[in-house]
Design a protein around this ligand. Structure first.
Ligand SMILES: Nc1ncnc2c1ncn2[C@@H]1O[C@H](COP(=O)(O)OP(=O)(O)OP(=O)(O)O)[C@@H](O)[C@H]1O
Ligand SMILES: [Mg+2]
Length: 340
């Protein structure tokens, strides 16, 4: 029998999506097969402090390297207790987790980790930059203007428009603005979360999402349709009981679903994602497929959209975790052979 792999799950984090991350991480810990994985939870507080969970009691005295050499936790009791780690699962959403910062730290520490690398994480976190890359590859995205601090708030679109912080998730800081007055308030709200703000044209039609899994040869999941029980898919529609329904497969023609899946994979490759991503789309009434955004660490509980889409595609949650861990190790081994 081979030794169990030591898996460190990073949860929480500094962003406003802290609580969602904790829920995802707790599902992951439950789903990891205990006969093959020794899991340890590292919680990152809203204040940015890293802490080993109570699970450290069960850890043997650690030698080895890996995450113990991370600057943030070096010299701390948790770092000494943690010891060698085979792979890290950063189950973090938003800034300081999904945006390449933690990924950079893990690169420096030389530890394999699940999901997109530094550049893809940073790119996909930034809705403005991500659209630029997708547009460049001929992938349709919603038109927008980008406001940086001090920019005038003019836009060429009719109302309503969507106003968003460039780098956040879970609909936090987003407003559907119906007139100029609401636009002003919407920009003020978005600016509390980011100094870069997008005003986007409204894309009418059906909202669908597609999961992607893989490194060099990624596969797409079934396409799911989001039915939000609200004017749009806002925070409460996402997380309140009964706030939304996920319809799988989406009620769109088969050839359109196939196009969504193809564009999902194309977008994943164009942005150099690895491991996993959930790509969010609009399908216009004329069946044009428009990418809304890419999530490199999507909600990851046992009942999250990404999980359900792969379940419907024949990949149950524990298998999905196995696959993601294998992909992390594969990338690490491949990159370790490179000469820099
Ligand atoms: N241009 C648009 N046209 C129509 N609806 C939009 C548009 N932009 C956003 N929305 C609505 O707002 C929701 C949230 O937008 P978006 O996905 O960009 O935010 P997010 O906070 O990054 O979400 P996530 O939780 O997926 O990370 C969308 O799911 C959709 O319902
Ligand atoms: Mg989204």
């Amino acid at each position: 029998m081979t030794a169990r792999r030591r898996v460190a799950v990073l949860a929480g984090g500094r962003s406003s999506e802290h609580a969602i991350s904790v829920a995802s991480a707790s599902s992951v810990l439950q789903a990891l097969d205990a006969s093959r994985y020794e899991a340890v939870l590292i919680e990152i507080g809203r204040d940015g402090r890293w802490e080993l969970s109570a699970a450290r009691q069960s850890l043997p005295d650690a030698e080895g390297s890996g995450i113990a050499s991370l600057p943030v936790v070096a010299d701390s009791a948790p770092a000494q207790a943690l010891g060698h780690v085979d792979v890290v699962l950063p189950i973090l959403h938003g800034p300081f987790g999904e945006d390449g910062t933690v990924q950079g730290l893990l690169e420096l520490a030389g530890v394999p980790y699940v999901g997109a690398g530094v550049a893809a994480s940073a790119l996909c976190m930034d809705k403005d930059l991500c659209k630029a890359v997708l547009r460049d590859r001929g992938i349709a995205v919603a038109r927008n203007v980008t406001l940086r601090n001090g920019d005038r708030t003019e836009h060429p679109f009719g109302y309503p428009v969507f106003v968003k912080p460039a780098r956040l998730g879970s609909s936090v800081g987003i407003t559907k603005a119906h007139d100029e007055g609401e636009l002003r308030d919407a920009i003020a709200l978005a600016r509390r979360h980011d100094d870069k703000v997008l005003i986007e044209e409204l894309v009418p039609g059906t909202e669908v999402e597609c999961g992607v899994l893989g490194n060099r040869d990624p596969i797409a999941s079934e396409v799911g349709e989001i039915v939000a029980h609200a004017e749009w898919y806002d925070y409460s529609a996402k997380y309140d009981e009964g706030g939304m329904d996920l319809v799988v497969p989406a009620r769109i023609p088969a050839d359109v679903a196939e196009r969504v899946r193809r564009i999902a994979v194309d977008s994943f490759i164009a942005t150099e994602c690895e491991g996993m991503a959930r790509i969010d789309f609009f399908v216009r009434p004329d069946d044009e497929v428009v990418v809304n955004e890419i999530n490199t660490i999507p909600g990851f509980t046992a009942t999250s959209v990404y999980t359900k889409l792969f379940e419907a595609s024949g990949n149950p949650y524990p298998d999905l975790l196995d696959r993601l861990i294998d992909l992390a190790l594969e990338r690490h081994a491949r990159r370790s052979r490179l000469e820099y």
